[in-house]
Design a protein around this ligand. Structure first.
Ligand code: FES
Ligand code: FES
Length: 171
């Protein structure tokens, strides 16, 4: 006979989050990582867990507007925060402009890394609307793509940046 620790001995708490514009309330174990709460409790499985140690950025989300690796955050630490995951990067059923640029540039293969790349490029273009290739590569230094599609990812970032500049010129 095996003995297992009863679940009620694990410290838990209920946290409130605003995720992709929707108020959510979830009971978590104090030790749970944000990436696991997003995937397993809130069923937002577009946030991927590639390494669990901050190396790959597949788990990237925005927390109160700032990009963050959700495997490095305890879910309890974001109680009360505003979160955006890859599911909220564009209106439901539509591609955002950076997603469209990835599509048009063949910038992904398996797609596992994409959330991290999209958020990193979105963050870059907010502060630097006309990045050099070197700026893009610098912004992506914390993002790993196992399919090694970096050349087209840089092209996609530049295409999105160009389209944003064109849109501004024509308004
Ligand atoms: S799973 Fe978070 S950085 Fe890799
Ligand atoms: S497209 Fe497969 S890991 Fe990046």
């Amino acid at each position: 006979m095996t003995t297992t620790e009863p679940d009620d001995e694990v410290p838990t708490r209920t946290i409130r989050l605003r995720v992709n514009g929707r108020q959510r309330r979830v009971t978590i174990e104090d030790r749970q990582l944000l990436v696991d709460v997003l995937r397993h409790e809130l069923h937002l499985t577009g946030t991927h867990a590639g390494c669990y140690n901050g190396d790959c950025a597949a788990c990237t989300v925005r927390v109160d507007g700032r990009i963050a690796k959700s495997c490095l955050l305890l879910a309890a630490s974001v109680d009360g925060c505003e979160l955006r995951t890859i599911e909220g990067i564009s209106p439901e059923g539509e591609l955002g402009d950076i997603q469209q640029a990835f599509w048009d540039s063949d910038a992904f293969q398996c797609g596992f890394c994409i959330a991290g790349h999209l958020f990193a490029i979105e963050d870059l273009l907010e502060s630097n609307p006309e990045p050099s290739d070197s700026d893009v590569r610098q912004a992506l230094t914390g993002n790993l793509c196992r399919c090694t599609g970096y050349t087209n990812i840089v092209k996609a970032a530049q295409l999105a940046a160009q389209r944003r500049r064109d849109a501004v010129e024509h308004t």
